[in-house]
Structures are given as C-alpha cells and as structure tokens.
Design a protein around this ligand. Structure first.
Ligand code: PLP
Length: 397
C-alpha cells in the first residue's frame, strides 16, 4: 500500500555510492530561496555567477559554458548531437559502461561509430597504439569520445595524451568529466578538450539535475557550420546560448529550473571558498586512506594502480561473500550507501564513492569500521580494527 498521505521523511543516508553524493545543508538551503522568473534581471545575475564559476572549475575561457537542465546523460547527448551529423565518423575509446553509452548516443545521431575496447579496470593509455591505429583507418574522424573518470570501473584515463592524439588527427575531443570535475585535475584549455560535460551530483556537491557543459572554439565552429539541423530542440546549444549569454538580451528557450541553479551557485561558491586545488587534494587524501584501509582488510582493488580514480574506488567482492547482502546491511544497519557493480562487473565489485561533501575522513573511518562488522558477519575473516588503523596511518601521513 502506498503511503502517499504521509509526510515526506527520507532518511539521512551517508551517500558513498557512485553518485549522488551527500549535499551540504548550505546548498539545500539555497534551494528554498524565493523563486524568480527565468527572465528576471536578478536571476540573470545569478546565471552569470554560475557561468563564471563553471569556467573556473572547468579551467576554461570558453564563453559557451552553461548548465543543461538535466542530468549528466544530457551533457553526453548534447555533446554528440550538436557536432555530429549523419554519416560522420566517430571513434570511442571505451573502457566502461558510460563509454558504451557514448557509442549508443553517437550512433543515434547517425554517426558511423568505431570503438576501441579496453578491458574494464584498465586505462585507455598511456599506450595509445590501438587507438591511433583506429584513427588512422578513417579518412576523417569527426570526434573522439572518452570518459575521463570511469565511474563503473574506478579508472582515471590519462587525458592529456588522448587529447594530443585527437588533435593530431584533427578530430574534436569529447571528454566526459561527470565524475572527475571538482575531484580530480581537469584542465579543459590546457589539454585542448573541445567539448566536455559534467553533472552536479558528484564532486560538485549539488543534487542531481544539471549538467554543466563547455564548448571550445573548434567545436563552436563545427556547430556553426552544420549542414543539418541539430535533431534535439532541448539540447540545441546555439539556441541555449541565446538564453544564457551574458552580453545579450536573454531570449526564452525553456523555463530554467530556478532552484537547481540556486543550488549549483551555492555549491560552486563552496568550491571557490575551499579552493579547487585544496578540494582535489582532499579527494586524493581520503581516497588514499580508503584504499589503505581496504587493502589492510585483505581486499583487492579492481582498477590498475596508477590510474585509480580518487572520487570512486572499486574493490573486488571477496569470494564467498554475498555482494547484495553486504550492501543491504551497510544501508539498513549503518545507513551507508555504496554502489554495486554495473554491467559486466555486476556482482563482482563494490563502488565506493568519496565525492564532494561525502569525501571526508569521518566517512572513510565510519565506512571501514561498518564494513569490517558486516564482512565478519558474512564469515570473511578480517583482523579487528586493521582497516581503520591503516586508514588513520594514511591520513596522519
Ligand atoms: C562517467 C559518467 N558519465 C555519465 C553519467 C550519466 O549521468 P546521469 O546519471 O547523471 O545522467 C554518469 C552517471 O553516473 C557517469 O558516471
């Protein structure tokens, strides 16, 4: 029976899955501010603030930098549908679930899609020979797509090398920074990424609902020279830009999700207060402590060393342990959410997120001690307190 007449009272979970991450009360509070009209000059100033701070986190001077009114998949959809036309060749370096989603989206845009498959858990690069061979096989590759922080595998792909390769073949580089932005080094202009998109619910620390996207000059030129109409009305960036543009009279495109823009502004303000580099350092420190703790408990990491994503750690489910039961107990007894494996690693790995406000020492220590209890319950022998002690040693340095 549905309890729809009851007051809404979701529990305060500790969100340590693959996103959403926990949202700071300041950000939630911002969402309760009075609603303004989407063409109100006071709201326009808030939009301007958001664009300025997004450029700082993306490290770009791209003027076309704005938040799309939908989740991260919207960024992916917009990235491809604005520059890819039917018949174009697109190459995707796929080593996770979201690389596969890129393949699907690019093919829906009518592209001839070629993939270079890398085993899950391994990075795309630094040996880019297979990718280079694929780029060479085609007369003209319109775009090369890659996920920077692979949330389904916990791998961080080496972007600068991949960007160099794309540029040598005069292809646009489309980089998914959904999980890395705000938690790992991302430098759109230095790397020369042409199109990049993210999502608010991971390291940026806002609820799910917006997808910041940025397009550099080469991508804008391709967009302006299209022969065919962008097949999506909602994600047509040329029109969206007229609504978001700082220098023009804003023209209605769709009704902006006002409260979400407030939330993003507050979340970005918190990134500015902390400092981007400090924030990236915090994600690295807490991830190192988590890994130290997990390894001390005899658990095996899934992603290759040297290419591990700090906002999301993947660890193999030990033999004989019931994956779903461990996650259920963590959630129901300890109030902690972690992620299970997606796609081909479903049931084989756990995905432990330390993103945005969720990336804290206290979450690392609480999680390791809860996991120890649950694993002992499952009959997996682990030295009492070993995980927490190793994490503490890592944190103290
Ligand atoms: C790397 C990556 N790309 C894209 C997406 C899709 O984002 P969303 O679920 O917000 O639509 C996700 C979601 O987790 C992701 O991790």
């Amino acid at each position: 029976m549905s309890d729809y007449l009851n007051e809404l009272k979701p529990p305060h979970r500790i969100l340590m899955g693959a996103g959403p991450s926990s949202v700071h009360p300041r950000v939630l509070q911002a969402m309760t501010a009075p609603i303004l009209g989407h063409l109100d000059p006071d709201f326009a100033r808030i939009m301007d603030d958001v664009m300025v701070m997004l450029r700082i986190v993306f490290k770009t001077s791209n003027s076309l930098t704005l938040p799309l009114s939908a989740t991260g998949s919207a960024g992916m959809e917009a990235a491809f549908c604005n520059v890819v036309e039917p018949g174009d060749t697109v190459v995707i370096a796929a080593n996770d679930y979201f690389g596969d989603r890129m393949v699907d989206i690019a093919s829906r845009c009518g592209a001839e899609v070629h993939t270079v498959d890398v085993p899950w858990g391994k990075p795309v690069g630094p040996d880019l020979a297979a990718l280079e061979r694929e780029m060479q096989r085609h007369r003209k590759v319109k775009a090369l797509g890659v996920v920077h922080g692979a949330t389904s595998t916990g791998v961080l792909n080496p972007m600068p090398e991949i960007a160099d390769l794309a540029h040598r073949y005069d292809a646009l580089l489309i980089a998914d920074v959904v999980t890395s932005l705000g938690g790992e080094e991302v430098d759109i202009d230095l790397w020369g990424v042409d199109i990049s998109y993210s999502a608010t619910q991971k390291c940026l620390g806002a609820p799910p609902g917006l997808s910041p996207i940025t397009l550099g000059p080469r991508a804008v030129e391709v967009l302006n020279k299209r022969k065919t109409k962008v097949q999506s009305f909602y994600f047509n960036l040329a029109n969206l830009e007229t609504y978001w543009s700082e220098n023009q009279n804003r023209v209605y495109h769709h009704t902006a999700p006002i409260s979400m823009i407030y939330a993003l502004r507050e979340a970005l303000r918190m990134v500015m207060e902390e400092g981007l580099e400090e924030r990236i350092g915090r994600h690295a420190r807490n991830a190192a402590a988590l890994r130290a703790g997990l390894e001390a408990m005899g658990l095996e990491m899934f992603a290759d060393p040297g290419y591990r994503l700090n906002p999301l750690t993947t660890v193999r489910v030990p033999g004989g342990v019931n994956d779903a039961e461990v996650r259920r107990q963590l959630r129901e007894v300890y109030n902690i959410e972690i992620g299970g494996g997606l796609g081909e690693v479903a049931g084989l790995i756990w995905r432990i997120g330390l993103m945005g406000d969720s990336s804290s020492e206290s979450n690392v220590l609480a999680f390791l001690s809860a996991l120890e209890r649950v694993l002992l319950d499952e009959g997996y022998e682990v030295a009492r307190g070993g995980g927490v002690a190793a994490a503490q040693r890592s944190l103290v340095g």
